[in-house]
Design a protein around this ligand. Structure first.
Ligand code: UTP
Length: 297
């Protein structure tokens, strides 16, 4: 029987060096797109996919992230008293049920694979999701929900995949496709950051995964052996060799790399324009900026 996916790991222990100096004191995941921190987009996506347990792999200096999910009783009381029901509702989406959220510490930033491995004792014998909050995905049906539905059909391990230009492939893990079934592909290999000429396809892995506990066992061995960064891709690739049950899923939606400055700015524009209350003014501003830019050229 295929098990439902009810747990998600959010690795948020990275140093976020591309956003220094901001990330000296603000966790990257607390930076806001319009008015919501990146982590809120990730949580909403997880909830829509049926996730019930939220496991954060954090590190030193991420206190603001933990505080964010606390109930702000004083603030809620003030909003209630002044009849600001819409703000109260907004605030409530940030509340987590007691016991639904767990924080695990990654003591050294040894890589994404290591961060996921740190949560191993909370997973048990069931499939689990991994969400990287710096990949923000605008979609009619949230990306993880699309994946959970596809996973219910095939089981195994599944990674979110998107087509990238050949010269961009070297920034991603890239899939070697065994069989292309449309939205889904079965995978015969994965290469981390290949040179443009050596990329096996233009299908790149982005930050959504549904994994079997076997991947954690693979990470276990990597922990004892390898030095330096421990790659999640390697542990998934090992599953291809052992069981062949690794799939790529071409999600429907637009992904923004909010771990990079350019991606973050693009997401700000896209999410700003998507908001009814901001669209007109923001659009006028963007047009005028573009016109000024053009005139200066
Ligand atoms: P990134 O590669 O974006 O690294 O991590 P980073 O440290 O967050 O940012 P830069 O490159 O220094 O600017 C991808 C995801 O993996 C997590 C990060 O928090 C992010 O969600 N991660 C990475 C960990 O949790 N632990 C690690 O050791 C490395």
């Amino acid at each position: 029987m295929k098990r439902k996916v009810t747990k998600a790991i959010f690795p948020v222990a990275g140093l976020g060096t591309r956003f220094l100096p901001a990330t000296k004191s603000i966790p990257k995941e607390i930076m806001t797109l319009v008015d919501r921190p990146l982590i809120q987009y990730a949580i909403d996506e997880a909830r829509a996919a049926g996730i019930k347990e939220f496991i954060f792999v954090t590190s030193r200096g991420k206190g603001a992230l933990e505080d964010y999910f606390d109930h702000a009783h004083e603030l809620e009381a003030t909003l209630k008293k002044s009849g600001k029901d819409d703000l109260l509702e907004t605030l409530r989406t940030t509340n987590m049920e007691s016991g639904a959220i767990a924080y695990i510490r990654q003591h050294r930033a040894l890589g994404l694979g290591h961060a996921v491995w740190c949560a191993r004792r909370l997973i048990g014998n069931e499939p689990f999701a991994v969400i990287l909050p710096d990949d923000v995905i605008a979609a009619d049906k949230p990306c993880l929900q699309q994946m959970v539905e596809a996973h219910a059909e095939v089981g195994g391990n599944m990674v979110a995949a998107m087509e990238v230009a050949p010269d961009k492939a070297s920034s991603y893990g890239v899939l070697d496709i065994r069989e292309d079934m449309g939205a889904m592909v079965s995978v015969k290999g994965m290469v981390e950051k290949p040179k443009a000429a050596e990329a096996p396809s233009n299908l790149a892995v982005i930050g959504r995964y549904i994994l079997t506990p076997k991947v954690l066992q693979n990470l276990n061995r990597m922990k004892s052996g390898a030095g330096g960064e421990i790659q999640l891709t390697d542990a998934i690739a090992e599953e291809i060799a052992k069981s062949g049950n690794v799939y790529g899923y071409r999600f429907r939606g637009q992904r923004f790399d909010c771990g990079s400055k350019a991606g973050f700015l693009q997401a700000t524009v896209a999410f700003g324009l998507a908001r009814d209350e901001l669209r007109d003014e923001f659009q006028r501003f963007l047009f005028s900026m573009t016109a000024v830019q053009k005139a200066a050229e």
